[in-house]
Design a binder for this molecule. Structure first.
Ligand SMILES: Nc1ncnc2c1ncn2[C@@H]1O[C@H](COP(=O)(O)OP(=O)(O)O)[C@@H](O)[C@H]1O
Ligand SMILES: [Mg+2]
Length: 244
């Protein structure tokens, strides 16, 4: 059986009277891509923030890379990286400087060399010596993802990595996620796009109504939606009451 990289059981989280997570159960296998799919406001970022030790939770248990999120947050943080919805790139620094800075923070040997290699790999070699503030949205996102790969994290969290990108930028980011996945990194990505989940993920977990309401490969999600004809209608059917 495959190793489990993330194990979540009965996880609950409220913000005041608003119950966002109502008992989330989720197992994410190591070395695979799992997509956490959910409508805007479903609680995807809340779950990612809990798993990355940024946000406390009310009940349940969560382990990441074999460490307990509540009791061993420092060990969890060493094993993971996270790329959030708001890009974390420093716009004054150049692309190369952003990458090298992260490499130094993560105590990676030869930070400058790693920075140059990643810039090349992410199609940023030409722009590497320009301030990141001059980059397009797609370039910034690529730089952000490149930064998240430094130090070979065991688990990479990508929170809506393509939201706000144009189609070309989205395809670029998809290609990078695919190559990362091919190298065997465990990836949990969140998305509002069914198509993106189906294309990138081995497993799709639908977060709806505060729980994982459906999980499996694309065929399993179509079945869960009562044999929906396509992914778009499956997503609409499975998230219906949220919008009514
Ligand atoms: N810090 C917070 N305080 C109060 N409410 C919050 C906070 N963070 C998120 N929420 C609410 O929790 C719900 C889930 O938010 P979020 O996890 O960001 O959803 P998603 O990432 O799926 O769009 C939303 O209704 C949001 O307004
Ligand atoms: Mg979010």
């Amino acid at each position: 059986m495959a190793e489990t990289a993330i194990r979540v059981s009965g996880l609950r989280k409220s913000f005041g009277p608003l119950e966002v997570l109502k008992g989330v159960d989720l197992e994410v296998p190591a070395g695979r891509v799992t997509a956490l799919l959910g409508a805007n406001g479903a609680g995807k970022t809340t779950l990612v923030s809990i798993l990355t030790t940024v946000l406390p939770f009310d009940a349940g248990t969560a382990q990441v890379a074999g460490f307990d999120v509540a009791r061993e947050p420092a060990k969890v943080r060493q094993a993971i990286t996270v790329t959030g919805q708001s890009v974390t790139v420093d716009t004054v620094l150049t692309g190369q400087e952003n990458l090298a800075m992260i490499a130094r923070l993560r105590h990676v040997p030869k930070p400058k060399q790693i920075a140059a290699e990643l810039a090349e790999q992410f199609g940023l070699a030409e722009a590497a010596n320009k301030p990141a503030g001059t980059y397009s949205g797609g370039m910034k996102r690529r730089l952000d993802i490149a930064m998240s790969l430094i130090g070979q994290p065991r688990v990479v969290f990508l929170d809506e990595p393509t939201t706000g990108l144009d189609p070309a930028g989205r395809r670029d980011v998809w290609a990078f996620i695919e190559s990362l996945a091919a190298a065997g990194t465990t990836i949990l990505l969140t998305t509002q796009y069914m198509e993106e989940a189906a294309r990138l993920a081995h497993t799709i977990a639908l977060l709806h109504g505060g729980v994982i309401s459906a999980i499996g490969d694309e065929a399993a999600i179509l079945r869960a939606a009562g044999d929906a004809p396509d992914l778009e209608s499956a997503f609409l059917a499975l998230t219906e009451e949220a919008r009514s």
